[in-house]
Design a protein around this ligand. Structure first.
Ligand code: CDP
Ligand code: MG
Length: 891
């Protein structure tokens, strides 16, 4: 069992706050708004440990030490008109009984850490407590950061509803959209949004409180924000307009915040919210399924639960979008005959899409075109189960006996099933479906990625099926090659997953792995994101904030030194940083410090790049794009490159022969379409980036209709994001470069031949370390070696050969030099987002990568009257591999 249910507390007699406005000076009195007597009674802070607290818990009085820190501010009891229904459901939340304790602690301490299990009411209630206590009354806004967009939006809606306030007052802001107004009091936003605000206003003077939610997720922006806020809070205190910081976590693992003396000089108090969790019975598999069999295992488990266990929602955790869709389809197929009523038609929406695809696609013969490596397919054997509704599965001999622990109600197997997917790329309105009640008489099955682990609470889940797996993007710290690996998740996140079953009553968690594997192979906690990904954008951001010695920054967990070094190298090569200047007359001390820890400073170009909310490489392209009317194209390209996956993933080939044919046709259609979009001549050399440009242009031409997107394999959600990012970038470019005066024309005309060529050069300046050169195919050697080097490229940093991704429009074409967006590792190292470049451009656009020499027989230097420069013939070699570049005339 996980935890005991907490139904001992009877909250029935609690009433809401008094509704009269009351102003008090809090400096010398208990800094609390007036509360109704029943509320005060619930103040049982003695039972709750608040580590490092500086106040007397019994009396609630502020001690001398705390008073020093306590800001002098008037506390106002802001009235709220909640509906009785809302009020009733609030009272069931464990955090409600802690309101006074929480608010006292926040009032007395500048930084407070709040831990409470998912569902205890942190996200929805703490902002309301603060609002009612007047924190947003006249002193500023209450800002709440979420690592996920979906949480920022849905939580702002929920809190708005609970407070009975409009979206004018309880608003959200995510990267490209928001509904904030001058009246906004509570602002939910993604952590990235707040980080951008720090860049503009370091003191965050618009806010009176910042709540960092889901801090246990340790998202990279959350970590940086906490580091920055550890400096901002004391600064605001000094200025006499204190800022409160509340860090909220679903786990108790907060040592990185409390035990890090560089972060907070005074250890912040930790409030632990008792969880109201019902017991969840754990069922481990006796044996852990084979590497690729977990999806199949999950499928079988869902079928078994549905056929033999009492009603209650099932939540299945798998690793990615494709798995979610595969499993959803599989479950729907199995229980197809049960889908009858009208509401269920909605359930089949996704299936409709795939069948439409089948009928509309022209038949293109494709012999051998595999798009993605095959993995995680449901086995043939399971596919054969199809619509089989017999109870065959139950009588099958089985490895585990988990079902023996649970009472069976065979009658329930007659109920139909309502299957919903949940992953972050899913369109928002489809994500929101999980919060709605399933059609009457249906069992809800949600197949989710770890999006459902903590930030969202899906109602009425009784069974959790946990594959124990997680898909994580890994980066090589030096080369930047990324790969997705499916690994065991951590014990902490497996326990979070299990906890989802005990929200509304006792539940069961089926772990599709053995307890031995859990004990021996699962890490205790997942490692923070900052230690797992490149940090060039962070480094630039910090340099822009004039934090020169980034190694000294109070990171909750510092990024790897190698990653920092790689980031610095990249930024130097992009010209965003200037090498550290040697001190003229150094004192011995400063000299030593500089030598131990030299720090490059941001350049004017770097400042410009930092204004753009995109990766530094793309920022560089934008900074250079003001020539030949290229900016609209550069903006569209950068937007498309920054948004994840414009094209729908086609997925793996299905097992079923007829379906396979449809799949092949679909792939064929995509190939044809991309070739058409790439065009001829200079456009075609722009390769995949031309395809992106054309896709964006064509889609805008068609009014961004869902129909057009669907017909052309474009993700509508991505397209909408690109549109928003384009307009955001256009504004940013115009503010950095007012002379550019770019006007966004969504339906931009395709670039001219000259423009297409110049675009390739601009792309080169941003991707100057992502260059690869075709390898000679060996004339000798074994067949295997020959095959390996066929169509292979050599990139600057990697020993191993790299290849153009089969999804690329330049796949199987012959070009000597290419630049690529990134390299991912699947069965091979694949370059994606590929464009062709010319060798002669390297000495001009990437001179720092070249070694120059003057050929013996070169003509004498000459004066060029148009530019006023002296030009000389130079030969050069490029990069560490000394690729020879033909002689060119250079300044
Ligand atoms: O943040 P934490 O996980 O502690 O809890 P929460 O997100 O504040 O959720 C508290 C309760 O509100 C949960 O029981 C949710 O089911 C409920 N809730 C809801 O009914 N509708 C929403 N849109 C969000 C939360
Ligand atoms: Mg929450």
């Amino acid at each position: 069992a996980v935890q005991n249910p907490d139904d001992a507390k009877n909250n029935d007699n609690k009433s809401d706050r008094t509704e009269d406005i009351e102003c008090k000076s809090s400096a010398n009195k208990t800094p609390l708004p007036s509360v109704s007597p029943t509320k005060t009674k619930v103040n049982n802070s003695n039972e709750h440990s608040a580590i490092g607290e500086k106040h007397d818990k019994t009396t609630g009085k502020v001690t001398e030490a705390a008073k020093e820190k306590a800001p002098v501010r008037s506390v106002i009891n802001v009235p709220v008109n909640r509906t009785s229904e809302i009020q009733e459901s609030r009272l069931k939340l464990p955090i409600l009984g802690e309101e006074q304790h929480v608010m006292e602690t926040i009032s007395e301490h500048p930084v407070v850490i709040l831990c409470g299990a998912t569902g205890s009411g942190k996200t929805t209630q703490v902002p309301q407590f603060l609002y009612e206590a007047g924190y947003a009354h006249d002193v500023g806004m209450i800002g709440i950061t979420e690592p996920r967009r979906v949480a920022a939006i849905s939580m702002s809606k929920r809190v708005g509803t609970e407070l009975n306030l409009s979206t004018r007052e309880v608003s959200y802001q995510i990267r490209y959209e928001g509904n904030t107004t001058p009246d906004t009091k509570l602002k939910f936003m993604t952590d990235g949004v707040l980080l951008k605000e720090v860049q503009k206003d370091f003191l965050l003077s618009k806010y009176s409180v910042i709540i960092i939610d889901e801090a246990h997720e340790r998202s990279i922006y959350t970590d940086i924000l906490i580091g920055l806020l550890s400096r901002i809070v004391p600064l605001r205190h000094k200025k006499g307009s204190p800022l409160k910081l509340v860090i909220m976590s679903a786990t108790l693992r907060v040592e990185d915040f409390t035990e890090n003396s560089r972060l907070f000089k005074i250890k912040p108090p930790v409030i632990e919210i008792e969880s109201r969790q019902f017991p969840v019975t754990m069922h481990f598999n006796k044996h852990t399924p084979q590497e690729n069999a977990y999806l199949n295992e999950a499928y079988r488990k869902v079928c078994k639960i549905h056929r033999s266990l009492p009603e209650g929602g099932i939540l299945v955790f798998v690793t990615g979008q494709q798995e979610v869709n595969t499993l959803c389809r599989k479950i729907r197929e199995t229980f197809k005959s049960k889908l009858s009523d009208t509401k269920n038609k909605a359930v089949k929406e996704d299936d409709k899409e795939s069948s439409q695809m089948k009928t509309k696609i022209p038949r293109v013969q494709l012999d051998d075109y595999s798009v993605l490596p095959e993995d995680d397919e449901l086995s043939e054997q399971d596919g054969a189960h199809g619509n089989n509704q017999s109870d065959e599965e139950l009588s099958e001999p089985d490895d585990d006996d988990t079902f023996d622990d649970v009472s069976r109600e065979p009658g329930d197997s007659q109920n139909p099933i309502y299957v919903l997917p949940l992953y972050s790329m899913l369109p928002t309105h489809k994500q929101a479906k999980v919060f709605e009640a399933p059609p009457a008489g249906h069992r809800l099955v949600v197949v989710a990625t770890n999006v459902a682990e903590t930030s969202l609470t899906i109602p009425n889940i009784k069974y959790v099926v946990d594959t124990g797996k997680v898909k994580t993007k890994f980066y090589d710290k030096v080369t930047g090659v990324s790969s997705f690996k499916i690994t065991w998740t951590s014990k902490a996140s497996a326990n979070q997953r299990a906890g989802r079953a005990g929200r509304t009553g006792p539940g069961h968690c089926y772990r599709l792995y053995s307890s031995a594997v859990f004990n021996d192979e699962f890490e205790l906690f997942s490692s923070p994101e900052i230690t797992r990904r490149p940090v060039d954008d962070l480094l630039l951001l910090m340099k822009d904030l004039n934090i020169d010695k980034v190694v000294n920054f109070p990171f909750p967990s510092p990024p790897d030194r190698l990653a920092l070094k790689a980031a610095e190298k990249l930024l130097l090569s992009l010209g965003a940083l200037e090498p550290p200047a040697k001190p003229q007359k150094p004192t011995r001390k400063s000299q030593r410090a500089e030598m131990d820890n030299p720090s490059a400073r941001i350049s004017p170009l770097g400042r410009a790049m930092a204004c753009f909310p995109v990766a530094p490489r793309y920022g560089k392209m934008l900074s250079l794009g003001h020539q030949h009317n290229l900016l609209p194209y550069v903006i569209a390209l950068v937007a498309a490159l920054s948004v994840q996956e414009l094209f729908v993933e086609i997925g793996e080939p299905p097992i079923d022969e007829t379906e396979k044919q449809a799949w092949k046709n679909r792939v064929g259609k995509m190939v044809m379409l991309k070739k058409t979009w790439a065009g001829q001549g200079q456009s075609a050399l722009l390769g995949d980036l031309m395809v992106l440009l054309k896709a964006v242009g064509a889609c805008e031409y068609a009014g961004c209709s869902t129909d057009f997107c669907f017909q052309h394999g474009i993700r509508h959600k991505a397209m909408i994001e690109i549109r928003k990012l384009r307009s955001q970038l256009t504004n940013a470019v115009n503010s950095v470069l007012p002379a550019a005066n770019v006007i966004m024309d969504p339906k931009m005309a395709p670039p001219s031949e000259l423009q297409a060529k110049l675009l390739r050069q601009i792309i080169l300046t941003g991707l100057s370390d992502h260059i690869a050169r075709k390898l000679q195919e060996p004339s000798t050697g074994t067949n295997e070696e020959k095959k390996k080097l066929k169509m292979a490229y050599q990139s600057i940093h990697l020993e191993e050969p790299v290849y153009i991704h089969p999804n690329s429009v330049l796949y199987k074409q012959n070009h000597e030099y290419v630049v690529f967006q990134d390299i991912t590792e699947t069965s091979k190292l694949y370059m994606r987002g590929v464009s062709v470049i010319e060798a002669e451009w390297l000495p001009v656009f990437v001179p720092h990568g070249c070694t120059f020499s003057k050929p013996l027989d070169s003509p004498p230097p000459r004066y060029d009257s148009s530019s006023g420069n002296v030009l000389a013939h130079m030969t050069s070699t490029f990069g560490v591999r000394c690729w020879e570049i033909p002689a060119v005339e250079l300044e």
